[in-house]
Design a protein around this ligand. Structure first.
Ligand SMILES: [Zn+2]
Ligand SMILES: [Zn+2]
Length: 113
């Protein structure tokens, strides 16, 4: 289980969700990527795990309207396309972090700094 982040905020002008984790690591998540990863039953088939959402149908200028913490384990994101059923757990968000450090866990830490 991952601890909740120290800070989570949507930077609308940059189109990024900024999350600061407790060890001081900051992840920057493009809104569109995050919306495309929505884990709710409407976007992912509950039984097969298959993604139903077609990312091509998402508006390029999608933004986060609101973020609501859900217990200690995650956050619900309210999107500008009126989609608000996805709950992003901290575990999931850690895994989605697009920075070189997190996306290349298998080694080679220095190449992209
Ligand atoms: Zn969804
Ligand atoms: Zn990261």
């Amino acid at each position: 289980m991952n601890a909740p982040p120290l800070d989570i905020r949507a930077v609308t002008k940059d189109g990024l969700l900024e999350i600061t984790w407790e060890e001081g690591h900051t992840g920057l998540y493009p809104f569109l990527t995050l919306r495309g990863e929505c884990p709710c039953a409407g976007c992912v088939d509950e039984h097969t795990g298959e993604r139903r959402l077609d990312r091509a149908t998402l508006p390029d200028d999608i933004v986060i309207r609101d973020i609501q913490l859900v217990g200690h384990y995650g956050a619900r994101v309210v999107w500008s396309d009126n989609h608000d059923t996805g709950i992003y757990t901290w575990d999931r968000l850690r895994r989605l972090c697009p920075c070189p450090k997190c996306s290349s866990r298998s080694g080679d830490p220095g190449s992209q700094a």
